[in-house]
Design a protein around this ligand. Sequence first.
Ligand SMILES: [Zn+2]
Ligand SMILES: [Zn+2]
Length: 195
Amino acid sequence: MPEFAGKPACTCLAAWLPVFEATIGRSPRWFQLIGDAPASAGFHKGGGSADCEPLTIDEIRTARNMGAAAWYRPWAGNYHTHMRLNGCPHNTIAQPQVADLNAGRDGTGPLYDNAGAPDNGPRDGVQWPLRTWRQGIDWAKEQDMPSPKDWTAEDWAVVQEKLAKPLVKAIWDAAVDKAGTAARAALRKAGEKAK
Ligand SMILES: [Zn+2]
Ligand SMILES: [Zn+2]
């Protein structure tokens, strides 16, 4: 069985979660992927669902745009974010949550009380109805990465930890006066030297 963050996952979660983390730029603490916690009422059996620490509004918006029915659950003693991947075939119990979110509700109705509690958001800046998780991965990969000229000195410090200093300096110098082609030429040059 595939794993993510040391927890058993379905193939959909194993493909989607790394792209989600790369897109939001951090690794949240994951509480439950596949599981059968009593409070989850079957939503996590077999796959397709994930619980993590509370995410920001922007992060929930990103999850939704990536094809996850995601909600902040400010439940007493159990603050978390719940996500259900639209189109995961490994757990059909939770799939109605996607339609519930599309319709503006909080996703608890299909298994709990059908009370139709309203979605606590965000609803702006989200594509409705939700993409499938596969379309969501494609969408995430199409999002613009910041170009070198938009990077801050702090960004470059992080890069410098990972790359050799001369290479970083070459890119930095090129990026400062002419981003793009100059940076690419510098990279090519550094690559030739490394051969
Ligand atoms: Zn959950
Ligand atoms: Zn799945």
